[in-house]
Design a protein around this ligand. Structure first.
Ligand SMILES: [Zn+2]
Length: 316
């Protein structure tokens, strides 16, 4: 039986009071559920339970689980111990440099921090989260990645921007690119999600779209620009690889075989990216993608744990 417990708190409160302090009353309740169980009317025996997974966006998860709260840190990944430089050339979990965070490595790093209180973090771990006080759940058992922020507000927009620059250098002007994007008929179902206000000149990695608009645009890019790109174009191939990845990652149900295929797609995609854009770095969200296949094997399709629904309910 799955019960979704939603504990929403504002990042400003987390900063003011500390995440662990906010979570403690909730964790005390979960401990009762783990040890004494809960009496229910439809069963003679009490029902026991614990936390299955904690969901949230990257910063929220790193903060709740006790990892570093900066993605420019040397060890920013909550899933593995890789450093920032090696992450540029490690394209799958099979790479020997990708050593996964486990209960035992976490405990080693916690004790290192206790022995060396001057150090602020150790292999991405900043503190021992209150979640680790539970008997049947530890932070290393959490396999959630937020595909909305990773792909739709991260990798997707970053690569659309680079593709537009490539199209501008070789085929059509920025004005024509925008004209095609705005004039395209996205159909009745995607009418509300059609991209508006595309900002190709923004200084960051994005192009100023929200998550739904990015998904709409990325899925229609082959129809919008397919006629001007010659067959066999490698930049176009990179887009098609990303689309294959998006189709699997955003699917509400998947097979084990699909996760193996996904692993090879991500590896090929990242390798080709580094060949085509040697002057551009892979962003941390690219690195998170290499963990998707295994995480999907562990907890199922990631689309069921994304932040899309929470952000729709955000109180500003
Ligand atoms: Zn990692």
């Amino acid at each position: 039986m799955n019960i979704h417990l939603i504990s929403l708190f504002h990042s400003q409160d987390a900063k003011k009071y500390g995440v662990d302090k906010i979570l403690t009353p909730f964790i005390e309740d979960v401990k009762i559920l783990e040890n004494s169980g809960m009496k229910v009317s439809f069963a003679d025996q009490p029902i026991y339970g614990t936390i299955a997974q904690v969901t949230g966006d990257n910063l929220g998860l790193n903060s709740v689980l006790g990892y570093v709260e900066s993605f420019s840190a040397n060890h920013y990944c909550r899933m593995c111990l890789i450093d920032k430089a090696s992450a540029q050339t490690a394209f799958s979990e099979s790479d020997p440099r990708v050593m996964l965070q486990t209960r035992s490595t976490n405990e080693e790093h916690f004790s290192h921090l206790v022995e060396n209180p001057r150090e602020k973090s150790c292999f991405g771990i900043k503190r021992n989260s209150v979640l680790n006080s539970l008997s049947y759940f530890k932070v290393s058992d959490n396999f959630v990645f937020d595909i909305m922020h990773d792909i739709l507000e991260g990798v997707g927009q970053y690569e659309i921007k680079l593709l537009f620059e490539y199209l501008k250098q070789n085929f059509i002007s920025f004005e024509n690119i925008l004209q095609r994007v705005y004039a395209f008929n996205y159909g009745f179902m995607d009418k509300k999600n059609r991209p508006t206000g595309v900002n190709i000149f923004s200084t960051g990695n994005g192009i100023g779209l929200n998550a739904s608009q990015t998904l709409c645009l990325i899925q229609n890019l082959p129809l919008i620009f397919g006629d001007i790109v010659p067959e066999g174009d490698r930049h176009w191939h990179l887009l098609l690889l990303l689309l294959h990845i998006v189709n699997i990652v955003f699917s509400p149900c998947i097979t084990e075989g699909m996760t193996v295929f996904l692993k090879h797609l991500i590896e090929e995609h990242h390798r080709l990216f580094t060949v085509l854009y040697p002057q551009n770095n892979l962003i941390p969200k690219h690195h998170f993608m290499i963990h998707y296949p295994e995480c999907m094997c562990q907890i199922g399709p990631l689309v069921h744990v994304w932040s899309m629904r929470y952000e729709a309910k955000q109180i500003l």
